[in-house]
Write a protein that binds this ligand. Structure first.
Ligand SMILES: *Cc1c(COP(=O)(O)O)cnc(C)c1O
Length: 328
């Protein structure tokens, strides 16, 4: 269950994770792969290491709001544009303030089920080439295809799409972002200590970590990566799409329930939010009797919505079982 994090076995493990994750998600050598404790930690590291003064946040739910709050708590001049729950955005409509160093985007907000097409995010990056782009793909990885030539930072945790116990985050960081951290440090700014980009990148060169990391979960993560590579990312994506369509089709035809996100372009295929007209509790009880644990609505929507994960670990058979229970 444990190996020395300073020994050769650990270095080989980190190297293997790096090779496998790069292969699965098509991450180029221009980007570093760091381990964090979770994605909320990754939000903090991103802000500390790439923002001297100004960040800009596009909020489509509770997780975008949290990213913004992190920047404020770190003393940054963080501005935001917030969309009503269930709505997405178009890059044409967004004006990023002058002097913005980082644009923070929740690609898939698990609280509302709003998912942003990567094309809109790339278009925004093209419009504002001086700002770096960080995306939260916590509940859409590994499904979402990311072109890392156009994205500076992306992060996720292993307890969502990778189906593992919580306690490990992955943070993908461009060399450009590490350079920025180095420049901020030179200016005497606080870029943090524990996982700042400068020392974390130095350690990564030797496949080492600053701290004693969650070695066991890193080991499990590598096993999942091997499995996913065997299945193939194309197959995983196709299965995800098919299962999501089964669920959305069911709810579009349903007499009372309906998908919460009205515009299908912004509907998440990995974390689906359904408006069940305040019948959440009733449905949860019924499903629990049959061994299914239901995700309830987020925050204010606790009693009104249900939230359905559609990750690789959920099979078509699981989806069929869920839908047949819901129709009976
Ligand atoms: C779960 C989640 C997070 C937080 O991840 P932790 O591992 O709990 O830190 C952040 N963003 C999104 C979109 C999430 O779904």
């Amino acid at each position: 269950m444990c190996i020395s994090h300073r020994g050769k076995a650990f270095k080989d493990l980190y190297k293997s994770v790096s090779v496998n994750l790069r292969k699965l998600l098509n991450i180029p050598d221009t980007h570093h792969i760091f381990f964090t404790a979770s994605s909320l930690e990754s939000m903090e590291r991103v802000i500390e290491n790439t923002v001297a003064k100004k960040s800009f946040h596009i909020v489509t739910g509770a997780f975008g709001k949290r990213f913004h709050k992190t920047a404020l708590e770190l003393g940054k001049k963080a501005e935001k544009i917030a969309y009503p729950a269930g709505e997405g955005w178009n890059s044409d409509k967004i004006k990023v303030p002058k002097g913005t160093e980082l644009i923070a985007i929740t690609q898939n907000d698990t609280s509302t089920g709003v998912s942003l097409p990567m094309e809109e995010i790339y278009a925004l990056g093209k419009k504002y080439p001086d700002a770096m782009i960080a995306i939260d793909v916590v509940s859409s990885a590994p499904y979402t295809l990311v072109d890392y030539e156009r994205i500076d930072m992306a992060f996720f945790s292993v307890q969502k799409g990778f189906g593992l116990p919580a306690g490990l985050g992955l943070l993908i960081v461009s060399e450009k972002a590490v350079k920025k951290a180095r420049a901020l440090q030179k200016k005497g700014l606080d870029i943090g200590s524990y996982h700042n980009f400068v020392t974390t990148a130095e350690k990564e060169m030797d496949f080492q970590t600053t701290e004693t990391p969650n070695v066991f979960t890193i080991y499990l993560f590598n096993k999942i990566l091997e499995d996913f590579l065997k299945i193939g990312i194309d197959q995983i994506r196709q299965d995800t799409i098919e299962k999501a369509h089964m669920i959305y089709n069911f709810f579009e035809k349903h007499q009372t329930y309906e998908p919460f996100v009205k515009d299908a372009r912004y509907r998440s295929l990995t974390s689906l939010v359904i408006d069940v007209k305040e019948e959440t509790e009733q449905i949860a009880k019924r499903l629990a009797q049959r061994g299914l644990i239901l995700g309830k609505g987020y925050g204010d929507y606790k009693a009104e919505h249900i939230r359905l994960a559609n990750f690789p670990s959920q099979t078509k058979k699981d989806v069929k079982k869920l839908l047949s229970l819901l129709s009976s």
